[in-house]
Design a protein around this ligand. Structure first.
Ligand SMILES: *Cc1c(COP(=O)(O)O)cnc(C)c1O
Length: 227
């Protein structure tokens, strides 16, 4: 486990160096779906500091096992508005906000806890019908509306690009997310930050780093193939 994590880190560092970025500006998010809590704990002991989760039940178990351990918990899966109350209690950053309805519910639930919930907006850059996320056209109005919610704080964007065997073919979609973030940043919407770009998985994270990722979400390269 430790070696796998170290190998991923080295690849992030190399990719960062190739394009003149500081490696410390890229965070590794260890994606734990279908991995049991014992192995997640091993990863944390091996130096993982950010954990990305798709399911609440599993998240609760992981949080219980690692109570008091300094881990940043991220939610990366699809989130329904009626689950917002659970998400707000469990996660430091939610990567997958893609509707005003969801953001409003997060705002309401975060207010109850006296918390400001950090979120990313998930963008469906390729407009795939099978994928969640707001369309690039819908992004500006969505972010402008979310900016008015006092208990939700937008930190950047996330995407799940189309799948290709060759990572180079994903590059244009990562580049597009970065450009969209840049355009939004230039609008200087009060309270909106575009400092985080969550993009890149096991098959393509080096390309994502070259295109500006600050959060790479890695499951398989750390925990092995999911069954
Ligand atoms: C499963 C998952 C990942 C990690 O995928 P790997 O290819 O195993 O690295 C990243 N992001 C999301 C949203 C996922 O669901």
């Amino acid at each position: 486990m430790k070696q796998r994590i170290e190998a991923v880190r080295q690849r992030i560092i190399q990719a960062a160096r190739r394009c003149g970025r500081r490696p410390e500006t890229i965070r590794l998010v260890a994606v734990t779906k279908t991995v049991d809590a014992t192995r997640v704990e091993q990863a944390v002991h091996a130096g993982v500091r950010t954990v990305g989760e798709n399911y609440f039940q599993q998240a609760r178990e992981n949080h219980r096992v690692m109570e008091g351990v300094a881990v940043s918990w991220h939610f990366i899966g699809h989130l329904q508005a009626n689950k917002a109350k659970y998400a707000v209690g469990l996660f430091d950053l939610i990567h997958s906000v893609d509707s005003l309805k969801l953001a409003q519910e997060l705002d309401r639930q975060a207010a109850k806890l006296g918390k400001v919930q950090s979120v990313l907006i998930q963008v469906n850059v390729a407009g795939e019908v099978s994928k969640f996320g707001v369309s690039p056209d819908g992004l500006d109005p969505l972010v402008t509306a979310i900016a008015l919610l006092p208990n939700v704080s937008v930190q950047g964007l996330m995407t799940m690009p189309p799948f290709f065997d060759q990572p180079e073919r994903v590059r244009p979609f990562f580049a597009q997310l970065r450009q969209i973030a840049q355009q939004l940043e230039n609008r200087h919407i009060p309270g909106i930050s575009m400092k985080e770009l969550s993009m890149g998985m096991t098959g393509d994270f080096e390309v994502a780093v070259e295109e500006g990722a600050t959060l790479v979400r890695i499951g398989t390269a750390i925990f092995g193939r999911r069954s």
